[in-house]
Design a protein around this ligand. Structure first.
Ligand code: MTE
Length: 330
Protein backbone atom coordinates (compact mmCIF):
# COMPACT_ATOMS: atom_id res chain seq x y z
CA UNK A 1 0.00 0.00 0.00
CA UNK A 2 1.29 3.41 -0.81
CA UNK A 3 1.55 5.45 2.30
CA UNK A 4 1.64 9.18 2.62
CA UNK A 5 3.63 10.32 5.59
CA UNK A 6 2.36 13.90 5.68
CA UNK A 7 -1.08 15.45 5.53
CA UNK A 8 -0.49 18.15 2.96
CA UNK A 9 -3.45 17.11 0.84
CA UNK A 10 -5.99 16.81 3.64
CA UNK A 11 -8.76 19.29 2.86
CA UNK A 12 -8.82 22.28 5.17
CA UNK A 13 -11.75 22.51 7.57
CA UNK A 14 -12.84 25.73 5.84
CA UNK A 15 -13.03 23.86 2.55
CA UNK A 16 -15.76 21.43 3.48
CA UNK A 17 -19.52 21.14 3.22
CA UNK A 18 -21.14 22.81 6.20
CA UNK A 19 -21.92 20.08 8.69
CA UNK A 20 -25.17 21.82 9.57
CA UNK A 21 -26.57 20.94 6.17
CA UNK A 22 -25.99 17.25 6.66
CA UNK A 23 -27.04 17.31 10.32
CA UNK A 24 -30.29 19.09 9.44
CA UNK A 25 -30.94 16.46 6.86
CA UNK A 26 -30.51 13.70 9.43
CA UNK A 27 -32.86 15.53 11.82
CA UNK A 28 -35.44 15.79 9.07
CA UNK A 29 -35.09 12.09 8.40
CA UNK A 30 -35.82 11.38 12.05
CA UNK A 31 -38.63 13.93 12.18
CA UNK A 32 -40.18 12.44 9.07
CA UNK A 33 -41.04 9.35 11.04
CA UNK A 34 -38.20 7.24 12.32
CA UNK A 35 -35.59 5.05 10.86
CA UNK A 36 -36.91 2.95 8.01
CA UNK A 37 -40.06 4.40 6.56
CA UNK A 38 -39.13 4.53 2.93
CA UNK A 39 -38.23 8.19 3.12
CA UNK A 40 -36.76 9.37 -0.13
CA UNK A 41 -33.46 11.08 0.38
CA UNK A 42 -33.51 13.46 -2.56
CA UNK A 43 -36.73 14.99 -1.33
CA UNK A 44 -35.31 15.42 2.11
CA UNK A 45 -32.03 16.75 0.87
CA UNK A 46 -33.75 19.63 -0.86
CA UNK A 47 -35.99 20.26 2.15
CA UNK A 48 -32.95 20.32 4.39
CA UNK A 49 -31.20 22.72 2.08
CA UNK A 50 -34.19 25.03 2.20
CA UNK A 51 -34.57 24.70 5.95
CA UNK A 52 -30.96 25.59 6.56
CA UNK A 53 -30.95 28.36 3.98
CA UNK A 54 -27.92 26.73 2.40
CA UNK A 55 -27.51 25.09 -0.96
CA UNK A 56 -27.20 21.37 -0.38
CA UNK A 57 -23.78 20.32 -1.55
CA UNK A 58 -24.85 16.75 -2.16
CA UNK A 59 -22.70 16.92 -5.22
CA UNK A 60 -23.29 17.38 -8.89
CA UNK A 61 -26.72 18.88 -9.57
CA UNK A 62 -26.88 16.73 -12.73
CA UNK A 63 -26.13 13.51 -10.87
CA UNK A 64 -28.93 10.96 -10.68
CA UNK A 65 -30.64 11.06 -7.28
CA UNK A 66 -31.39 7.77 -5.56
CA UNK A 67 -34.29 7.05 -3.25
CA UNK A 68 -33.27 4.91 -0.27
CA UNK A 69 -34.56 3.97 3.15
CA UNK A 70 -32.49 4.75 6.22
CA UNK A 71 -30.93 1.56 7.59
CA UNK A 72 -30.85 0.46 11.20
CA UNK A 73 -27.30 -0.74 10.51
CA UNK A 74 -26.09 2.86 10.19
CA UNK A 75 -23.77 4.39 12.75
CA UNK A 76 -25.26 7.41 14.55
CA UNK A 77 -21.93 9.21 14.10
CA UNK A 78 -21.79 12.39 12.08
CA UNK A 79 -21.06 11.84 8.40
CA UNK A 80 -17.79 13.17 7.02
CA UNK A 81 -18.48 16.19 4.76
CA UNK A 82 -19.28 15.43 1.13
CA UNK A 83 -16.31 17.42 -0.09
CA UNK A 84 -13.87 15.35 1.96
CA UNK A 85 -15.40 11.98 1.01
CA UNK A 86 -15.22 12.88 -2.68
CA UNK A 87 -11.85 14.60 -2.91
CA UNK A 88 -9.58 12.57 -0.61
CA UNK A 89 -9.55 9.19 -2.33
CA UNK A 90 -7.55 6.07 -3.03
CA UNK A 91 -8.20 4.85 -6.56
CA UNK A 92 -4.80 4.00 -7.95
CA UNK A 93 -6.11 3.43 -11.46
CA UNK A 94 -6.26 7.24 -11.60
CA UNK A 95 -2.99 7.99 -9.81
CA UNK A 96 -1.49 7.58 -6.37
CA UNK A 97 -2.04 11.05 -4.88
CA UNK A 98 -5.18 11.59 -2.83
CA UNK A 99 -6.49 14.25 -5.22
CA UNK A 100 -5.70 12.31 -8.42
CA UNK A 101 -9.03 10.43 -8.54
CA UNK A 102 -11.15 13.59 -8.38
CA UNK A 103 -8.93 15.19 -11.06
CA UNK A 104 -8.88 12.26 -13.48
CA UNK A 105 -11.87 9.96 -12.87
CA UNK A 106 -14.16 12.07 -15.08
CA UNK A 107 -12.64 9.99 -17.92
CA UNK A 108 -14.33 6.86 -16.60
CA UNK A 109 -17.33 5.89 -18.73
CA UNK A 110 -19.94 4.22 -16.55
CA UNK A 111 -22.38 3.37 -19.37
CA UNK A 112 -22.69 0.81 -20.83
CA UNK A 113 -21.64 -1.27 -17.80
CA UNK A 114 -22.29 -4.78 -16.63
CA UNK A 115 -20.99 -7.12 -13.96
CA UNK A 116 -20.30 -10.73 -14.93
CA UNK A 117 -20.96 -13.24 -12.12
CA UNK A 118 -19.39 -16.63 -12.77
CA UNK A 119 -17.37 -19.58 -11.44
CA UNK A 120 -18.85 -21.99 -8.91
CA UNK A 121 -22.47 -20.94 -9.36
CA UNK A 122 -25.48 -22.76 -10.78
CA UNK A 123 -26.64 -19.70 -12.74
CA UNK A 124 -23.72 -17.68 -14.10
CA UNK A 125 -24.80 -14.50 -15.87
CA UNK A 126 -24.14 -10.83 -16.52
CA UNK A 127 -26.09 -8.13 -14.75
CA UNK A 128 -26.62 -4.89 -16.61
CA UNK A 129 -26.13 -1.69 -14.62
CA UNK A 130 -29.80 -0.72 -14.86
CA UNK A 131 -30.76 -4.07 -13.37
CA UNK A 132 -28.09 -3.69 -10.66
CA UNK A 133 -29.55 -0.34 -9.63
CA UNK A 134 -32.98 -1.88 -9.04
CA UNK A 135 -32.15 -5.46 -8.02
CA UNK A 136 -33.15 -4.95 -4.37
CA UNK A 137 -34.51 -2.08 -2.26
CA UNK A 138 -31.87 0.60 -1.76
CA UNK A 139 -30.82 1.47 1.75
CA UNK A 140 -28.72 4.29 3.06
CA UNK A 141 -25.99 2.83 5.27
CA UNK A 142 -23.86 5.30 7.17
CA UNK A 143 -20.67 3.35 7.79
CA UNK A 144 -17.36 3.99 9.47
CA UNK A 145 -14.56 3.42 6.98
CA UNK A 146 -10.98 2.83 8.25
CA UNK A 147 -8.08 3.02 5.82
CA UNK A 148 -4.97 0.95 6.51
CA UNK A 149 -3.01 4.21 6.25
CA UNK A 150 -4.45 5.42 9.57
CA UNK A 151 -7.33 7.73 8.64
CA UNK A 152 -11.06 7.18 8.84
CA UNK A 153 -14.31 8.64 7.54
CA UNK A 154 -18.03 8.16 8.07
CA UNK A 155 -19.77 7.84 4.71
CA UNK A 156 -23.48 7.67 3.81
CA UNK A 157 -23.40 4.91 1.20
CA UNK A 158 -26.45 3.69 -0.74
CA UNK A 159 -26.84 0.08 -1.77
CA UNK A 160 -28.15 -3.33 -0.73
CA UNK A 161 -26.58 -6.41 0.80
CA UNK A 162 -24.26 -8.19 -1.64
CA UNK A 163 -26.09 -11.36 -0.51
CA UNK A 164 -29.07 -10.20 -2.60
CA UNK A 165 -26.97 -10.51 -5.75
CA UNK A 166 -25.21 -13.71 -4.67
CA UNK A 167 -28.35 -15.67 -3.97
CA UNK A 168 -29.63 -14.97 -7.48
CA UNK A 169 -26.72 -16.92 -9.01
CA UNK A 170 -26.93 -19.86 -6.57
CA UNK A 171 -23.35 -20.65 -5.47
CA UNK A 172 -22.50 -24.35 -5.58
CA UNK A 173 -21.09 -26.30 -2.61
CA UNK A 174 -17.61 -25.66 -4.02
CA UNK A 175 -17.98 -21.88 -3.78
CA UNK A 176 -15.91 -20.98 -0.70
CA UNK A 177 -14.56 -17.58 -1.76
CA UNK A 178 -15.69 -14.67 -3.91
CA UNK A 179 -13.16 -12.80 -6.05
CA UNK A 180 -13.90 -9.21 -7.08
CA UNK A 181 -12.30 -7.95 -10.27
CA UNK A 182 -12.38 -4.27 -11.17
CA UNK A 183 -12.06 -2.35 -14.44
CA UNK A 184 -8.58 -1.97 -15.93
CA UNK A 185 -8.79 0.08 -19.11
CA UNK A 186 -5.66 2.08 -19.96
CA UNK A 187 -7.68 4.28 -22.33
CA UNK A 188 -9.73 5.63 -19.44
CA UNK A 189 -7.38 5.12 -16.52
CA UNK A 190 -4.12 7.05 -16.58
CA UNK A 191 -2.81 5.31 -13.44
CA UNK A 192 -2.53 1.94 -15.16
CA UNK A 193 0.66 3.17 -16.82
CA UNK A 194 2.36 2.78 -13.43
CA UNK A 195 2.68 -0.79 -12.09
CA UNK A 196 1.70 0.12 -8.52
CA UNK A 197 0.13 -3.33 -8.25
CA UNK A 198 -0.61 -5.96 -10.86
CA UNK A 199 -3.72 -4.72 -12.62
CA UNK A 200 -6.62 -5.29 -12.56
CA UNK A 201 -7.15 -4.42 -8.90
CA UNK A 202 -8.48 -7.63 -7.41
CA UNK A 203 -9.93 -8.33 -3.96
CA UNK A 204 -11.64 -11.30 -2.34
CA UNK A 205 -13.79 -12.37 0.61
CA UNK A 206 -14.69 -15.69 2.16
CA UNK A 207 -18.24 -16.65 1.11
CA UNK A 208 -19.68 -16.08 4.61
CA UNK A 209 -18.08 -12.61 4.71
CA UNK A 210 -19.49 -11.82 1.28
CA UNK A 211 -22.96 -13.02 2.40
CA UNK A 212 -22.89 -11.06 5.68
CA UNK A 213 -25.67 -8.44 5.86
CA UNK A 214 -23.13 -5.65 6.52
CA UNK A 215 -21.35 -6.27 3.19
CA UNK A 216 -22.86 -3.66 0.92
CA UNK A 217 -23.16 -3.77 -2.85
CA UNK A 218 -22.88 -0.03 -3.24
CA UNK A 219 -24.36 2.15 -5.97
CA UNK A 220 -24.55 5.58 -4.35
CA UNK A 221 -23.22 8.11 -1.90
CA UNK A 222 -24.88 11.09 -0.22
CA UNK A 223 -28.25 10.54 -1.93
CA UNK A 224 -26.87 10.26 -5.47
CA UNK A 225 -25.24 7.73 -7.79
CA UNK A 226 -21.59 7.12 -6.92
CA UNK A 227 -19.20 9.82 -8.06
CA UNK A 228 -16.59 8.26 -10.37
CA UNK A 229 -13.75 8.80 -7.89
CA UNK A 230 -15.65 6.79 -5.27
CA UNK A 231 -15.92 3.72 -7.49
CA UNK A 232 -18.76 4.31 -9.96
CA UNK A 233 -20.93 2.75 -11.04
CA UNK A 234 -20.79 -0.13 -8.51
CA UNK A 235 -18.37 -1.03 -5.72
CA UNK A 236 -18.15 -3.00 -2.51
CA UNK A 237 -18.15 -1.57 0.98
CA UNK A 238 -17.00 -3.94 3.73
CA UNK A 239 -17.00 -1.75 6.83
CA UNK A 240 -15.17 -3.99 9.33
CA UNK A 241 -12.14 -4.40 7.04
CA UNK A 242 -9.45 -1.97 5.98
CA UNK A 243 -10.68 0.20 3.10
CA UNK A 244 -8.64 -1.56 0.42
CA UNK A 245 -10.95 -4.60 0.62
CA UNK A 246 -13.79 -2.37 -0.67
CA UNK A 247 -13.08 -2.74 -4.40
CA UNK A 248 -14.28 0.01 -6.74
CA UNK A 249 -15.75 -0.11 -10.26
CA UNK A 250 -16.48 -3.83 -10.26
CA UNK A 251 -16.66 -5.73 -13.55
CA UNK A 252 -16.81 -9.31 -12.38
CA UNK A 253 -17.39 -11.52 -9.38
CA UNK A 254 -16.01 -15.07 -9.48
CA UNK A 255 -16.86 -17.82 -7.02
CA UNK A 256 -13.95 -20.17 -6.38
CA UNK A 257 -12.94 -23.06 -4.14
CA UNK A 258 -9.43 -21.95 -3.14
CA UNK A 259 -8.47 -18.78 -1.30
CA UNK A 260 -7.48 -16.25 -3.99
CA UNK A 261 -4.35 -14.15 -3.94
CA UNK A 262 -5.49 -10.53 -3.95
CA UNK A 263 -3.59 -7.68 -5.61
CA UNK A 264 -2.22 -6.38 -2.30
CA UNK A 265 -1.24 -9.85 -1.07
CA UNK A 266 0.73 -10.33 -4.27
CA UNK A 267 2.47 -7.00 -4.03
CA UNK A 268 3.38 -7.22 -0.32
CA UNK A 269 2.35 -10.46 1.41
CA UNK A 270 3.98 -9.66 4.74
CA UNK A 271 2.05 -6.39 4.98
CA UNK A 272 -1.39 -7.28 3.63
CA UNK A 273 -3.11 -10.49 4.61
CA UNK A 274 -6.23 -12.06 3.19
CA UNK A 275 -8.54 -11.05 6.05
CA UNK A 276 -7.44 -7.46 6.67
CA UNK A 277 -9.96 -7.02 9.47
CA UNK A 278 -9.47 -3.72 11.27
CA UNK A 279 -7.54 -4.72 14.39
CA UNK A 280 -5.95 -2.15 16.73
CA UNK A 281 -3.98 -4.96 18.41
CA UNK A 282 -2.11 -6.06 15.30
CA UNK A 283 0.32 -3.48 13.93
CA UNK A 284 1.15 -3.12 10.29
CA UNK A 285 4.85 -4.09 10.04
CA UNK A 286 5.71 -0.41 9.55
CA UNK A 287 3.26 1.38 11.89
CA UNK A 288 0.76 0.91 14.69
CA UNK A 289 -2.94 0.49 13.91
CA UNK A 290 -4.04 1.47 17.44
CA UNK A 291 -5.33 4.95 16.57
CA UNK A 292 -6.77 6.86 13.63
CA UNK A 293 -7.37 10.39 12.38
CA UNK A 294 -10.99 11.16 11.44
CA UNK A 295 -10.95 13.21 8.26
CA UNK A 296 -13.06 16.36 8.22
CA UNK A 297 -12.43 17.04 11.87
CA UNK A 298 -9.00 18.41 11.19
CA UNK A 299 -7.14 21.04 13.03
CA UNK A 300 -3.63 21.05 14.37
CA UNK A 301 -4.85 20.00 17.80
CA UNK A 302 -7.10 17.20 16.63
CA UNK A 303 -6.42 14.11 18.70
CA UNK A 304 -6.17 10.74 17.06
CA UNK A 305 -9.00 8.52 18.24
CA UNK A 306 -8.58 4.89 19.32
CA UNK A 307 -9.30 2.42 16.54
CA UNK A 308 -12.06 -0.04 17.45
CA UNK A 309 -11.80 -3.81 17.02
CA UNK A 310 -13.22 -4.70 13.62
CA UNK A 311 -13.85 -1.00 13.18
CA UNK A 312 -16.64 -1.11 15.81
CA UNK A 313 -18.53 -3.93 14.05
CA UNK A 314 -17.15 -6.81 16.19
CA UNK A 315 -20.55 -7.57 17.75
CA UNK A 316 -21.99 -8.21 14.32
CA UNK A 317 -19.08 -10.00 12.62
CA UNK A 318 -16.89 -11.40 15.42
CA UNK A 319 -18.51 -14.85 15.19
CA UNK A 320 -17.22 -15.23 11.61
CA UNK A 321 -13.72 -15.54 13.09
CA UNK A 322 -14.46 -17.63 16.20
CA UNK A 323 -11.46 -19.76 17.11
CA UNK A 324 -9.14 -18.12 14.59
CA UNK A 325 -5.78 -16.63 15.55
CA UNK A 326 -6.23 -13.05 14.33
CA UNK A 327 -2.49 -12.38 14.48
CA UNK A 328 -1.74 -15.13 12.03
CA UNK A 329 -4.85 -14.47 9.98
CA UNK A 330 -4.24 -10.73 9.60
N1 MTE B 1 -10.59 -0.09 -5.67
C1 MTE B 1 -9.88 0.04 -6.82
N2 MTE B 1 -10.37 -0.48 -7.94
N3 MTE B 1 -8.68 0.70 -6.85
C2 MTE B 1 -8.15 1.24 -5.71
O1 MTE B 1 -7.05 1.81 -5.77
N4 MTE B 1 -8.41 1.63 -3.30
C3 MTE B 1 -8.93 1.04 -2.07
C4 MTE B 1 -10.46 0.88 -2.12
N5 MTE B 1 -10.89 0.35 -3.39
C5 MTE B 1 -8.88 1.12 -4.49
C6 MTE B 1 -10.13 0.46 -4.53
C7 MTE B 1 -8.55 1.78 -0.88
S1 MTE B 1 -6.90 1.67 -0.43
C8 MTE B 1 -9.44 2.50 -0.13
S2 MTE B 1 -8.98 3.18 1.36
C9 MTE B 1 -10.82 2.71 -0.59
O2 MTE B 1 -11.06 2.16 -1.88
C10 MTE B 1 -11.11 4.19 -0.66
O3 MTE B 1 -12.45 4.43 -0.99
P1 MTE B 1 -12.97 5.95 -1.07
O4 MTE B 1 -12.01 6.70 -1.96
O5 MTE B 1 -14.36 5.90 -1.63
O6 MTE B 1 -12.94 6.48 0.34
Amino acid sequence: MLIRTHDASTPAASDITPREVWRNRRHLLAAAGGTALGVTLPALASTAAKASGTIMQGGDSKAQKLAATASKLSTPERATPYKVVTTYNNFYEFGTEKDDPVKHAHRLRTRPWSVRVEGEVAKPRSFDIEELLTLAPLEERIYRMRCVEGWSMVSPWIGYPLAELIRRVEPTSKARYAEFVTLADPKQMNGLAVPVISWPYMEALRLDEAMHPLTLFTVGLYGEVLPNQNGAPVRLVVPWKYGFKSAKSLVSIRFVEKQPNTSWMRSSPEEYGFYSNVNPEVSHPRWSQATERRLGEDGFMQRRRPTLMMNGYADQVGSLYAGMDLRRNF
